[in-house]
Each structure stands twice: as structure tokens, then as C-alpha cells.
Design a protein around this ligand. Structure first.
Ligand code: SF4
Length: 397
């Protein structure tokens, strides 16, 4: 199986294929269903995809659609919650995800948990599992997550009738680690000035990745990396090289607005962006332990609380704590030669929003200019944001 998509006789490859899947996300899923594969939808980073891949299930990332007016979800979720979740539920209620055989969700945030239970009530699927992922990095939290993953394993085995052996799981972990390494290779193409690939193109590739089985995603990444290295029509050099941080970015719209100005978005710290890909899962004797450590400790995300860092005298210290929480962003800024940061959160996204004051302090402390945008996941919101970004670019320009 090559996984290449044929439309009207044309076999698309590389960036063209990524763009096609970005615009028509279910195209490959419906083909796979026709071949007898089972597709499980998942939300955000924390459902453990390796366990699905190991059992030959196809993971499919559930997203919203900022172009689609929300009309059905408001009967089930209040309007004062994360608009991304409202949009994703709305699409589910309208049948956009009617090819799914099941759903896996995990505790990213409080509303996300409510979302999963509401989905269970309103959208009937043969399989639904919720992982109550802990929010600390303590040893006890890691052990607890390993137990929760063992429960998850049990429901997956009942659903598929197959045994999830450690060997199958290790093989799947290697495939997902390969994907993480390839994504990091893709991000390396953003380091030159000008970057070899636009931020909008990267979003298209990453959205395509969560709309394909992992092996096909890896093939797509190899094609894209080869293509981008050889082409001569990449982005133009611009004065601002920006890092985009915060809530989910699942479409090109926000980045297109920014890159339409005198800026290239060369790095991000978001879901669907780098967050899921910048560390590998360790191959431990019990693979569930390595997975628990990865999802709780290795993935950097404000949803996981880290113990307050101590200074050299073993006292709690604000700046030592900020360094421990955000120091990786300083590394990103240095490696990708970033000269400005856009902090963006979706309205009512407390998980990311609570992080903003400390993060702004940290970025100012290390001399990296930043601006903060809160928006409501709609195209109408982009015009006023454009003015804010323009003003920011003048400051750093
Ligand atoms: S954007 Fe924020 S509120 Fe919405 S699902 Fe993600 S973490 Fe939760």
C-alpha cells in the first residue's frame, strides 16, 4: 500500500498532497474504511496514539473549522467555553466525522473533559474511551498514568479482539518516534533566513499528518522534506522571524494573516505544531512506563504542572521557576533565530491563558519582544488581530 492519493488520474506528492489532505481531511480515512480498517478519532495530544497504531487502528485527529459557523453545539455546550471545542463538537453533530469507529479523549483541560462526555451522549460510536491523564510530573502521577494506560489497553483489546503485546507496542513507538524525528527535520528547514518553507505550509503538512496513518505520514514527510530542499520558490526574507506560542492552531488562517505582513513564522509551540513532536518516547522494558513518562514529563505544555524550581540556595525563586518552565523557548529562539514572539490564546482557554503573565515576564527578562493576542477562533476575529500584529512588527522592525 503506497497511500498515495489519486484524484482524476493525478497522483499528488509532497506539498501538493499535504495541501490536498489539509483541504479534504477525510479523503484517506474513507478509503481506509472501505479497505476494512477501523478509524478512531482523538482530541489533542494526550490520547496515546502509539497504542492505536500497535493494534492496526488508524488515529484521526479531531479538529474544528473556523470557517464553519457553530450552529448545533450551542445546544450542548455553553457559549462561554473554548470555541475550538465548540467547533469540533459542532462538526461532530453535523456528521463531519461520521466515518469514525470510535473516539479517544484525555484530560487536557476541564472543558475538554466535559466535551468528551457530551460527545459520548450525543454521538453514538462503537468505541469510546476517556483517559483521565494526571496533571503533575510526580513519580506517583507517572505510575498512575501507566495504570490508566493499562486500562486503555484492556478496552482496545476488547474492541479489536487482538492482543497488544509489548513487541507490537515497541514497533509502533518506533514508527511514531520516526515521525517525530522527521517533523524535527521539517522544522530544521525553517532555520535558514529566509526559511525554506512557510509557516502556512508547515500547518498544512501537520494537519495532513494527523489525517493519515503514521506510516503514510512518514512517507509524506520524506517527500515534503526532499521537495522543499530542492525548490527555489520558498518564502521571501522578511525582517521579523516569529515564534508562535499558545492554544491550538489547526488552520493556516492565523499564520497566513501574520505572514501576509513583514514576518515569517519560523517556529511554534502549539498543538497542532511542534509540541507533540519535539521529544521521543523512550523504549523501556515496560513500554507503558516509557509512554507515561513521555506524555507527562517530556511534552512541554502548560496543562502539566511542574514543581516550582529552586534557586542555588534551595529556595523557591520566581526567575528560576520561569527558567525551568520556559527555558526551552529560549533555546528555540536561539536555534531558529527568532526576534519576536506572538503569544496567542483562544478565548476561555484558561490552561494557556494562565501561563501568559509569567511567560511575558520571562520573555522580557531574556530580551525577546512579545505581544499577546486573545481571539475567538473565527475569521472575523482576524482583521483586528492584523492591526495588533502590524503594530508589533513596527516595534521589533
Ligand atoms: S484550546 Fe485550551 S480550552 Fe481549548 S481544548 Fe485546548 S487547552 Fe482546552
Amino acid at each position: 500500500m503506497t497511500g498515495n492519493i489519486r484524484v482524476a488520474g493525478e497522483q499528488k506528492q509532497g506539498l501538493a498532497r499535504a495541501g490536498q489532505i489539509y483541504h479534504d481531511r477525510d479523503i484517506r480515512m474513507r478509503q481506509l474504511k472501505a479497505e476494512g480498517r477501523k478509524v478512531l478519532g482523538y482530541l489533542d495530544i494526550y490520547p496515546v496514539l502509539e497504542m492505536l497504531t500497535a493494534l492496526d487502528l488508524v488515529p484521526f485527529g479531531i479538529l474544528g473549522d473556523i470557517k464553519e459557523p457553530i450552529s448545533r453545539a450551542d445546544a450542548c455546550l455553553p457559549t462561554i467555553v473554548c470555541p475550538f471545542l465548540r467547533s469540533a463538537l459542532d462538526l461532530g453533530l453535523k456528521g463531519r466525522y461520521d466515518f469514525l469507529d470510535g473516539l479517544v479523549a484525555a484530560h487536557t483541560c476541564e472543558v475538554g473533559e466535559k466535551w468528551a462526555h457530551i460527545w459520548r451522549i450525543y454521538i453514538d460510536l462503537p468505541y469510546i474511551h476517556y483517559i483521565d491523564t494526571p496533571h503533575t510530573t510526580h513519580q506517583s502521577a507517572r505510575e498512575h498514568l501507566a495504570v490508566l494506560l493499562s486500562d486503555f489497553q484492556g478496552t482496545l483489546e476488547s474492541f479489536t479482539g487482538a492482543k497488544l503485546t509489548p513487541e507490537r507496542l515497541r514497533r509502533a513507538i518506533r514508527m511514531h518516534n520516526e515521525q517525530r524525528a522527521l517533523v524535527r527535520g521539517l522544522y530544521d528547514l525553517r532555520k535558514p533566513d529566509p526559511p525554506l518553507i512557510a509557516g502556512t505550509e508547515v500547518v498544512q503538512v501537520l494537519v495532513a499528518l494527523i489525517s493519515l496513518p503514521v506510516e503514510e505520514g512518514n512517507e509524506l514527510l520524506r517527500q515534503v522534506i526532499d521537495e522543499v530542499k530542492q525548490r527555489h520558490d520558498g518564502p521571501k526574507k522578511k525582517p521579523a522571524r516569529l515564534l508562535l506560542w499558545g492554544s491550538v492552531v489547526d488552520s493556516t488562517d492565523l499564520i497566513a494573516m501574520i505572514e501576509d505582513l513583514e514576518a515569517n513564522v519560523v517556529m511554534d509551540d502549539t498543538f497542532v505544531g511542534s509540541r507533540a513532536y519535539f521529544s521521543d518516547v523512550k523504549l523501556t522494558d515496560d513500554p507503558l512506563e516509557g509512554l507515561a513518562e513521555h506524555y507527562l514529563v517530556d511534552i512541554r505544555n502548560p496543562r502539566t504542572f511542574r514543581e516550582t524550581a529552586l534557586d542555588e540556595a534551595n529556595r523557591k525563586d520566581y526567575w528560576a521557576d520561569l527558567e525551568s518552565r520556559h527555558g526551552y523557548l529560549k533555546d528555540y529562539a536561539r536555534e531558529w533565530n527568532v526576534n519576536g514572539v506572538i503569544l496567542q490564546t483562544l478565548r476561555y482557554c484558561d490552561i494557556q491563558g494562565y501561563e501568559v503573565p509569567g511567560l511575558k515576564d520571562y520573555l522580557e527578562h531574556i530580551g525577546l519582544p512579545c505581544t499577546y493576542l486573545e481571539w475567538n477562533y473565527s475569521q472575523a476575529a482576524l482583521s483586528p488581530l492584523r492591526t495588533r500584529v502590524q503594530a508589533f512588527l513596527e516595534v521589533i522592525g
